[in-house]
Design a protein around this ligand. Structure first.
Ligand SMILES: [Zn+2]
Length: 303
């Protein structure tokens, strides 16, 4: 007998045991420009790898999704949508979702509130202009969800966030100004953890075969399948779109399909379903209210 591990079971659609969203963050050269404002023109190798993200790996991943008949979610800094001309068009042509990932991959919780707000709104406008619609959701660049991120999302009419790690299933984020659906992930499903080696990004993971990461991804998927969880990849084309890892991803999708009862969906679709279940009184969510607190905790304020 397996112990039930989730206290607030989530009502997945009829016949589905769990949901999978293989979401990709297409950061491309935004990271180089952000990190090396004056020197970016002298970072040719790093930029070649960053361009590979948008120009080679993304079309390859789109082909894999097309082959499997999947529609998924791409989080893209708005600057990338403006600067890689066919990027938005090719993603949208296959019915995928494009969501908010900052303007230039600026880290929200390292900005002033005023700058955070300005960049956030600028990205919303650019996404609307490029895709023809407002983004439904947000993943904070570098997971840098700020003290005002939730408020900014609510102001922009968004319905979900994908930056936090507070549960294994969708949950409700509440704020004085409203609420939205949190679609959490976790470090174990982020490919930077396994595959990224870059001196310019100051991130040096040792080279490992695809199985090193995919064994973890698969274990997390098997557990999500058994317990009704949400499995959200936080992958990057320049890391997971390399040949051997792309093959492993192809095989993992086959494996997931083979298990049966898996709902492959975009983040937006999952959020719409969650809100409908909530409104129908069919889901009693785990709830977190933001902000958790402001300023110092009392114990430190007194010290
Ligand atoms: Zn990113």
């Amino acid at each position: 007998m397996t112990t039930a591990l989730i206290d607030h079971p989530f009502p997945w659609p009829e016949g589905k045991r769990c949901a999978v969203c293989i979401s990709f963050d297409i950061d491309a050269e935004s990271l180089v420009h952000l990190g090396y404002r004056e020197e970016a023109d002298n970072k040719v190798m790093t930029r070649s790898e960053a361009r590979y993200d948008a120009e080679v790996a993304t079309p390859r991943l789109l082909a894999v999704f097309r082959n499997h008949g999947l529609r998924q979610t791409f989080f893209v800094p708005a600057w990338c949508l403006e600067n890689y001309k066919d990027l938005a068009k090719s993603i949208l042509a296959d019915g995928h979702e494009i969501a908010h990932h900052g303007y230039m991959h600026e880290n929200p919780n390292k900005l002033s509130d005023a700058d955070d707000r300005a960049w956030f709104r600028r990205a919303v406008k650019t996404i609307e202009k490029t895709t023809g619609r407002k983004p439904a959701g947000f993943r904070a660049p570098s997971y840098g969800f700020s003290r005002i991120s939730l408020e900014l999302m609510l102001e922009a009419g968004m319905i979900y966030d994908a930056s936090l790690m507070g549960h294994d299933i969708p949950y409700l984020l509440k704020h004085a100004k409203g609420s939205l659906i949190e679609l959490p992930s976790q470090r174990a499903l982020d490919d930077w953890t396994y595959f990224v080696m870059s001196r310019d990004y100051n991130w040096m993971m040792p080279i490992a075969p695809p199985e090193h990461a995919f064994a973890v991804y698969r274990a997390e998927f098997d557990a999500a399948w058994r317990h009704g969880g949400l499995w959200v990849a936080v992958w990057h084309p320049f890391a997971t779109g390399r040949l051997s890892r792309c093959e492993a991803m192809d095989q993992l999708i086959d494996y997931m399909k083979g298990k049966g009862g898996v709902w492959f969906a975009t983040m937006e679709e999952i959020a719409i379903h969650a809100r409908a279940m909530l409104d129908a009184g069919r889901w009693k969510p785990f709830v977190q209210e933001l902000p958790y607190a402001t300023g110092l905790v009392p114990a430190l304020a007194q010290a």
